[in-house]
Design a protein around this ligand. Sequence first.
Ligand code: F6P
Length: 314
Amino acid sequence: MNAAVRAVVRTALANGIECVGIRRGWQGLINSDFILLNRDSVGHILSRGGTMLYTARSEEFMTEAGQRKAVATCKMLGIDGIVAIGGDGTFRGALALSRLGIPVVGVPATIDNDIGCTHYTIGFDTACNTAIECIDRLRDTMQSHERCSIVEVMGRNAGFLALYVGIAVGATSVLVPEREVDFQKDVVERIQDSRLAGNTHFMIVVAEGAGSAVEVGKMVRDSVGIEPRVTVLGHIQRGGTPSARDRETATRMGYTAVNALAQGRANSIIAIQGGEIMEIPIEEALEMKKSLQMERYRIMEVMQLGGTANRSSL
Ligand code: F6P
């Protein structure tokens, strides 16, 4: 997110536009919680995770009274346009504000990668890499002790993170919220098949929205009779030095968002589709759905057991 903030400020300055940073999200706009931003105030933030502007959820902004207060702040500060960086909630706020006459452009940022209008959201790649690094470390112990590791990754409603990570670490199985979990088939039989294929340690990746890793661990102990170890990665996935992909994408998105506003286009979300950056009207963008590609799920399954006899022939 910091890379996006930096790109917004520097692109604005290049267009002769002054910038203020609204701190703590939409609540900050209600409370006039802002800082002046110049070229130097966004120096040396490219390599830092999180956001220098802080973030917060705002109940008040859900109400019309709250939104009107935010509009009043915009008038008071002379804000002609807003770049809102965030996920679905941020964009619903952006839509409300745009309907009250404030031009807004959204930049999608969430490690869940679950914004329908765009193939990519800022933070996803870094979170994947962090989870992969953690799991690679776990695997050393699991391999040495011939154990089963159950790792819970983030993703309350979406399994993109779990599935990409699962493919990248060669998971025995991946549980995602988009697909109903059949414990016997998706966990027990996959561990057994993996064992029959010669493996002696197993890695189950669970998206938090698909169930609790602790519960999966208990079921593995009871049903398979092997020793599981449970790790919940939690907010570790949301921090740390951003990857090259995230920095580059965030910079391009921030740059595109400001240029859109400077050229009089607004009320859109900056999206990436097939590598192309584009502006999609907010209303339309919020209607768009993106499903977890089940082909990827199949790839994960094939990579684990490909080349070995399948269960029906054993
Ligand atoms: O950004 C979405 C997300 O990463 C979810 O996957 C997760 O459930 C949630 O954030 C956790 O957010 P917090 O615990 O900070 O409220």
